[in-house]
Design a protein. Structure first.
Length: 206
């Protein structure tokens, strides 16, 4: 997942910085007028949206899922807040409460971030084929050929902790898996082959 330094670098990109500031003002004005949140921490909140979406796939959050989200949010906060009230964790409560209302705008900002962070138009694209077999060896080689930032996006969106994206076996529920595919579409990576391969490393349960 992204480090706070990588997030700093990303919001230095002018179009991302401007879109982050605009959406932050809109979100705070509507949901939490007294919330003090830096642009960095708000963008960190935006980065949490895919993980929250997958956690909410079954309609609610378990205690385990809530703790995992809080842990991830703390790692993204500017400066770290291990023993203090974390601004991203606090702001996340407002997002979870009205997730369906805000997720579309959050995903739009994430799509802009993906398309602005590397040579997006030069990446090979193809339609997702659920039945197309992919070997673990092919997946590993493909990951190594991708832009670093693209791999960081996928890991940050869809892995809870600092897991290695190169794995051949992860378990996921069917509803969570379907939400992951939908989010891939919304953030603009659904037709990138390495995302297809990443999805196929999951064993779908139920």
């Amino acid at each position: 997942m992204f480090t706070e330094y990588e997030i700093d670098s990303m919001i230095e990109i002018p179009e991302i910085a401007e879109a982050t500031m605009v959406l932050k003002k809109e979100f705070i004005r509507a949901e939490a007028p007294y919330l003090e949140l830096s642009d960095h921490d708000f963008f960190s909140l935006v980065m949490m949206a895919p993980t929250i979406g997958i956690a909410l796939a079954n309609g609610n959050l378990s205690l385990f899922e809530e703790l995992a989200l809080n842990k991830k949010a703390r790692k993204l906060s500017k400066g770290g807040y291990f023993m203090k009230k974390d601004p991203v964790v606090y702001a996340m409560k407002f997002l979870i409460r009205k997730y369906e209302q805000w997720c579309g705008k959050f995903y739009q900002l994430l799509r802009l971030s993906v398309e602005s962070s590397f040579h997006y138009e030069g990446i090979e694209k193809e339609k997702f084929d659920e039945d197309k077999p992919v070997s673990y060896e092919e997946y590993k080689r493909t990951v190594l050929r991708q832009p670093y930032i693209l791999i960081r996006f996928i890991a940050s969106f869809f892995l809870e902790n600092d897991e290695d994206i190169i794995s051949d076996h992860r378990n996921i529920g069917k509803s969570e898996y379907n939400v992951m595919l939908q989010i891939g579409e919304k953030v603009g990576i659904a037709e990138i082959p390495v995302f297809h391969m990443f999805c196929k490393t999951f064993v779908v349960k139920g």
